[in-house]
Design a binder for this molecule. Structure first.
Ligand SMILES: Cc1ncc(COP(=O)(O)O)c(C=O)c1O
Length: 396
């Protein structure tokens, strides 16, 4: 089927809730995808951050192929070795806790919200403090946790019990804490909000406030987790350990999966009957998740993230020096933001015309979430195109 025919199918049969580029993707390998007409693209934003290991990473493909012929799905009324091994692998790479599995980031955050409420209910505490510019997902709890009015428009009334603080403002957080506050929930590095790195000491300050007031500290690592930033989890850069952490996106090397990790102290609050996900922790996701973690270890990809970060930082800092339109370069591992002083959508369009896939978030921030398997040559090729397009902007 050609591009026009597929787009016509969507026009007739698919709910139009996404803004889509007029490209039909047909195949992917590493940091490249091909469209239905056979055109090849370099992808510096593979799968909105889900394809951290590139498209169709061989170990994940092999694990899924093996598993799909053995057992596709069984519910959580049974045990599977794969889910247990997956939980162990995540626990060993993080803070030694326990996992609840689901299928997406928003579901992981819903589980976190429920855990917080269940744990704090005896003390009649239920409020959760979240942060301006944060993003936590599209279900009602997670949408309410997302302190961005544009995502709330027309949806009210939202869920009760969320209060919002400016990102980075510890004093404001302290002022919001009262006798009903149960938790603080934050992305340790904001993704959708524009690759915002917290000011020095901010996360440690939140940990201290949480401890002083008996609050749970929840880190949403849906975008930053599983190796994206050059550590297994972003909190490891800051030396601040959360009580609860949520994961999804790259968790299963591109296969759908989500997880909540928490300590053995808090885990029992999600007691039987209070929360579930039918597909959560299914054998396919579990095998893909284990394969993804092992691939990162075997190919030393956490170290590779730091090399890629430096390459982009050098190239984009050089661009910023030449080009007034660039306000700031922010990068942690393979999470890269380039803030412009103007709308970034012409940059995305210009790159697409040159067959480079990137993203613009928050209006002015060019966001790149390249694969850890990106080669130097591919990184330079992407930077060459991006720099050319930015330099060619009308006001640049
Ligand atoms: C930090 C963060 N949390 C949660 C979500 C929601 O994840 P999902 O789309 O898998 O529900 C996202 C998605 O972009 C995210 O970046």
């Amino acid at each position: 089927m050609n591009t026009a025919d597929t787009i016509e199918l969507f026009r007739r049969y698919v709910v139009p809730n996404y803004g889509r580029f007029p490209v039909v993707l047909a195949r992917g390998e590493g940091s490249h995808v091909w469209d239905a007409e056979g055109n090849k693209y370099l992808d510096l934003f593979p799968g909105w951050g889900c394809n951290l290991l590139g498209h169709c990473p061989a170990p994940v493909v092999r694990a899924v192929q093996e598993q799909v012929a053995e057992l596709i799905h069984v519910p959580n009324t049974w045990y599977t070795e794969a889910q247990g091994r997956w939980a162990e692998a995540l626990s060993q790479r993080s803070f030694g806790g326990q996992a609840f599995f689901c299928n997406s980031g928003t579901e992981a955050n819903e589980a976190a919200i429920k855990l917080v409420r269940l744990h704090c209910m005896p003390k009649r505490r239920y409020k959760i403090i979240t942060f301006a510019g944060g993003f936590h997902g599209r279900t009602f709890g997670a949408t309410t946790a997302t302190a961005q009015p544009k995502y709330h428009e027309g949806l009210g009334p939202l869920m009760a019990g969320f209060v919002y603080a400016p990102f980075g403002d510890l004093a404001a957080v302290e002022r919001l804490i009262d006798d009903e506050t149960a938790a603080i929930m934050i992305e340790p590095i904001q993704g959708e909000g524009g690759v915002n790195i917290p000011p020095e000491g901010f996360l440690a300050g939140l940990r201290k406030l949480a401890d002083q007031h008996g609050l749970l500290l929840v880190f949403d690592e849906v975008q930053t987790g599983c190796g994206r930033t050059g550590e297994w989890f972003a909190y490891q850069h800051f030396g601040v350990v959360p009580d609860v952490m949520t994961l999804a996106k790259s968790l299963c090397g591109g296969v759908a999966g989500g997880a909540l990790l928490t300590t053995a102290e808090f885990a029992p609050s999600l007691r039987p009957g209070m929360h579930a996900a039918t597909f959560g922790g299914n054998p396919l996701a579990a095998r893909a998740g284990i394969a993804a973690l092992e691939m990162i270890d075997e190919q030393n990809l956490l170290a590779r993230a730091k090399v890629i970060e430096q390459l982009f930082r050098d190239r984009l800092t050089e661009l910023a020096a030449q080009c007034d339109v660039v306000r700031e370069v922010r990068a942690v591992g393979c999470m890269i933001g380039l803030e412009l002083i103007q709308d970034g959508s012409p940059v995305v369009k210009g790159c697409l015309e040159r067959r480079l896939l990137i993203n613009c978030t928050h209006g002015t921030v060019i966001r790149l979430l390249p694969a850890l398997t990106l080669t130097d040559e591919e990184a330079h090729e992407g930077c060459d195109i991006l720099c050319d397009v930015i330099k060619g902007l009308p006001t640049a």
